[in-house]
Design a protein around this ligand. Structure first.
Ligand code: GDP
Ligand code: MG
Length: 429
């Protein structure tokens, strides 16, 4: 989605004024992009009509050029589509998770519990999935690992009864999260069971957990879940993959709710609070420096990530190692890079370069210990013969030395791009 939208907006960028033809063309691209991302057809039509009407009829705010005017409208309309901000607050509450099998409910239960614990709220998780064999063990293990209170009754098929006793057992906790069995909108028995659990739990929030890859069925599924229990928010999982979450957008519109959280990985830490403007920024390829900076602040690293220096683009080989180490602690580099403007400036880093593993960092350190100060400060001076010397001195193959230098170059280039971007477009963020 990001790529095509970016293309559409670029077109407007090169137009000196907004006329019907330019807007129509951009809107068509936006439609194509949204449909490709599996946003519901009707929704796309409504959205694009509104964008077209507004772009042509509203006057740009003073000081806004045509491009900014249209981007602004697209941005606002997309925000309206996904909801303004997370409906979930940091209060004492009960949350019930519902959704299709495999959508990520159980993982998300552990993620949510972890999220609230980190915010200082005591979390408990109740396993009301009595349907799938293994659900109990999966959730129990996740909770134990995170130090979260767990309640379940292995082998007892009576989900509403388990939920009721789970609630009682969790009474002294601030946050109670109830995981339920996955089901399809058409499975009458399971839908009835979900309604029975709902009647017992009476959760403050009923969150629909939805795989980002769910396509055009998303609306229909959301409608059925909403009718059964009343959905108060949507969690989009697996946004770390290639799927864009277009289906979830439709679900939000269908349930007239908003996105509460997004899942960005398989570990209990891979949950982010949904914020529409960030999400849309990312969607539009405007980058998401805000998330990046917050993560850096949240992550306890001994070696501080100097985001300022990063942004200035000061970057020696030593800096790179330090940054890699810090970034390594923040999460997979690929994920971090995607938060940077234009997804890391469309930089083509290979998977290998993305994976700055501990192992690799160790090797880099060994290589660097065979370099001179001058080389560390200014790797440009490292010629082929110097590579040979460093390789021999550090006992590592010359390819690895070259790889280290290549990574440095690539990251330096990305930082330069960020600096450029910072001047141009960050005002809006
Ligand atoms: P449930 O059937 O709805 O309870 O789904 P599970 O929680 O068991 O998750 C199904 C699969 O999706 C598991 O392999 C999870 O690790 C994976 N998963 C869940 N959320 C995410 C996510 O945000 N990103 C990725 N990459 N995988 C996820
Ligand atoms: Mg499950």
């Amino acid at each position: 989605l990001g790529g095509s939208l970016r293309g559409a907006l670029k077109k407007i960028a090169s137009a000196s004024r907004i006329d019907k033809q330019v807007v129509d063309e951009a809107v068509r691209e936006i439609q194509r992009a949204l449909l490709q991302a599996d946003v519901n057809v009707k929704l796309v039509m409504n959205l694009s009509n509104r964008i077209r009407d507004r772009a042509l009829s509203e006057k740009p705010a003073p000081g806004m050029n045509p491009r900014e005017h249209v981007i602004n409208i697209v941005y606002q309309e997309l925000i309206n589509l996904v909801g303004k901000s997370s409906p979930v607050t940091l209060e004492k509450q009960t949350i019930m998770l519902v959704g299709l099998q495999g959508s990520g409910k159980t993982t998300t239960a552990a993620k949510l519990a972890t999220f609230f614990q980190r915010k200082g709220l005591r979390s408990a998780v109740v396993c009301a999935d009595t349907f799938r064999a293994g659900a109990f063990d999966q959730l129990k293990a996740l909770c134990e690992k995170q130090g979260v209170f767990f309640y379940g009754e292995k082998g007892n098929p009576d989900a509403p009864a388990v939920a009721r006793r789970g609630l009682e057992a969790s009474r002294k906790y601030d946050i109670v999260i109830v995981d339920t069995a996955g089901r399809h909108a058409l499975e009458k028995d399971l839908i009835q069971e979900m309604m029975d659990i709902d009647a017992v739990v009476a959760a403050d929030h009923k969150l629909l957990v939805m795989d980002a890859a769910l396509g055009q069925q998303a609306s229909e599924q959301a409608k059925a879940f909403n009718k059964a229990v009343g959905i108060t928010g949507v969690i989009i999982t697996k946004l770390d993959g290639t799927a864009k979450g277009g289906g979830a957008m439709s679900a939000v519109a269908e349930t007239n709710s908003s996105v509460a959280f997004i899942g960005v990985g398989e570990t209990p830490n891979d949950l982010e609070r949904f914020e529409a403007d960030r999400f849309i920024s990312r969607l539009l390829g405007m980058g998401d420096i805000k998330t990046l900076i917050e993560r850096a602040q949240e992550t306890k690293v001994e070696e501080e990530v100097d985001v300022e220096a990063l942004m200035r683009g000061k970057f020696t080989l030593k800096d790179m190692c330090k940054q890699m180490e810090a970034i390594n602690k923040m999460g997979p580099l690929k994920q971090i890079m995607q938060m940077l403007p234009l997804g890391g400036m469309g930089l083509d880093l290979s998977d290998q370069e993305y994976q700055v593993t501990k192992d690799r960092l160790e090797k880099y350190r060994v290589i660097m210990s065979s370099m001179t100060e001058a080389e560390l400060e200014d790797p440009k001076i490292i010629t082929a013969s110097r590579i040979k010397r460093i390789s021999r001195g550090s006992g590592t193959p010359p390819e690895l030395v070259r790889e280290l230098l290549k990574s440095h170059k690539a990251m330096q280039k990305a930082l330069k791009g960020m600096r450029g971007m910072n001047k141009m477009g960050m005002k809006r963020m």
